[in-house]
Design a protein around this ligand. Structure first.
Ligand code: DP6
Length: 396
């Protein structure tokens, strides 16, 4: 039995569109920041035993269908790697276990209602845990996670991670690679602004399928825009150039949502609150005459904010002022502590926006963090000695 944890990642150059739907091969490269697991993580325990009758999986306390094709791809691929290692005598772990059935139990420490994609941390953690269980060491692990969910391949590494689209039709070169470690840019901070959504939005898998079929802008983005943006993004991250990083991050998020509007029928992921957050960020930056804060949005209305440590307390106070929360103090800002500060009247006047009460539910304050980790303490296993979920694993 092995237990591991895996992180969430948030793209600053977005992945949107596949050239192969089965292998999950993208039409463009992408780049993300891996978030710290102290705030957001998936924990997965996998056991194998000759006594298990079939492969089984429990997600957040509920048994799910193991026949899900993406899940099956990941299981088959890891077992193939494990057999290859066994045949070449390279494995250090109990080689007979490869033919045993597995029980998988996985929980997220963040509510699904927070609207954060759990598929990236979920599949990355699944594949990493399987690799530990079967003693598979491979540079191809990200290609396995990719077959669970595209963005999951980036969660196999900490810090700043690119997913290179690759050229091969078998996908063997469509892999994630670290661009900078989690300690590369210690001043960089992340805020997840959890916005209330009235309705569930179109899932990313079906959304990007429709975009590939209908949006001409998407082709231009993949062929022309992203290749140069990837180079620039890697350069500004290496130089820790926040104004350039922030501007490029916002432009890429905006282009992704423009593609969604260019999709037919159009897809709307941003709501009124998202639009107000965008205005607020631009007005704040305008006031200082430099990019101090940047937003990015995925397939939903929640904003992820990148900023530097020095500007964090003031910006959080700005958010509190313009989106007066329902709850106060620590309840509103979860995660890494944020110092309190006063806003100048001049700043408030210059931002010049009507406050929107309760527009933002809460904020998760975090930073860049490491890739998947093994949990050594057996008390943290989610499965009991009988191979079934412990009571404590039935939480969200
Ligand atoms: C907007 O990885 O969830 O978050 O490969 O179909 O599982 P599938 O899609 P998914 O798409 C993520 C899209 C995005 C941008 C990104 O994370 O790069």
């Amino acid at each position: 039995m092995v237990t591991c944890t895996g992180p969430v990642n948030i793209a600053v150059i977005k992945y949107w569109g596949k050239r192969d739907e089965d292998l999950i091969l993208p039409i463009n490269s992408s780049l993300s920041v891996t978030l710290h697991q102290d705030q957001l993580k998936t924990t997965t325990t996998i056991a194998c035993s000759r006594n298990f009758q079939q492969d089984r999986i429990w997600l957040n306390g509920k048994e799910e269908d193991i026949s899900n094709p993406r899940l099956q791809s990941c299981l088959q691929e890891i077992r193939r790697f494990a057999r290859k290692r066994r045949n070449t005598g390279g494995s250090t772990s109990d080689v007979s276990s490869v033919s045993h059935k597995v029980h998988i139990c996985s929980v997220n420490n963040f509510p699904t209602a927070a609207g954060l994609a759990s598929s990236a941390s979920g599949y990355a953690c699944l594949v990493y845990t399987l690799s530990q269980l079967f003693g598979v060491e491979s540079e191809q692990l990200s290609a396995v996670a990719r077959q669970g969910s595209g963005s999951a391949c980036r969660s196999l590494y900490g810090g700043f991670v690119q997913w290179k689209l690759g050229e091969r039709s078998d996908g063997k070169d469509s892999l994630a690679e670290q661009v900078g470690s989690e300690s590369h840019w210690p001043e960089l901070r992340v805020l997840v602004l959890v916005v209330s959504a009235e309705q569930k939005s179109v899932g990313s898998t079906s959304g990007m399928h429709t975009s590939v079929g209908t949006s001409q802008l998407l082709k231009y983005r993949a062929d022309v825009v992203v290749p140069s943006r990837m180079e620039e993004m890697i350069r500004v991250i290496r130089q820790r150039d926040f104004p350039a990083f922030g501007e490029l991050t916002m432009k890429d998020s905006n282009q992704f949502h423009a593609i969604c509007l260019d999709t037919y029928p159009p897809i709307f992921y941003l709501n009124n609150i998202s639009h107000r957050i965008i205005s607020l960020v631009h007005r704040y930056n305008q006031y200082y005459g430099e990019t101090r804060v940047a937003y990015t949005f995925d397939a939903g209305p929640n904003a992820v904010i990148y900023t530097l440590e020095d500007h964090l307390p003031e910006f959080v106070q700005v958010v509190r002022h313009f989106f007066p929360p329902e709850v106060n103090g620590a309840e509103f800002v979860k995660g890494l502590p944020v110092c309190s500060t006063e806003l100048s009247e001049d700043l408030k006047r210059n931002i010049n926006m009507e406050p929107t009460p309760k527009g933002i539910h809460y904020i998760i304050s975090t930073k860049a963090g490491p890739g998947p980790c093994v949990v050594k303490d057996p008390n943290h296993h989610l499965l009991g000695a009988d191979g079934l979920p412990k009571k404590s694993a039935i939480s969200d």
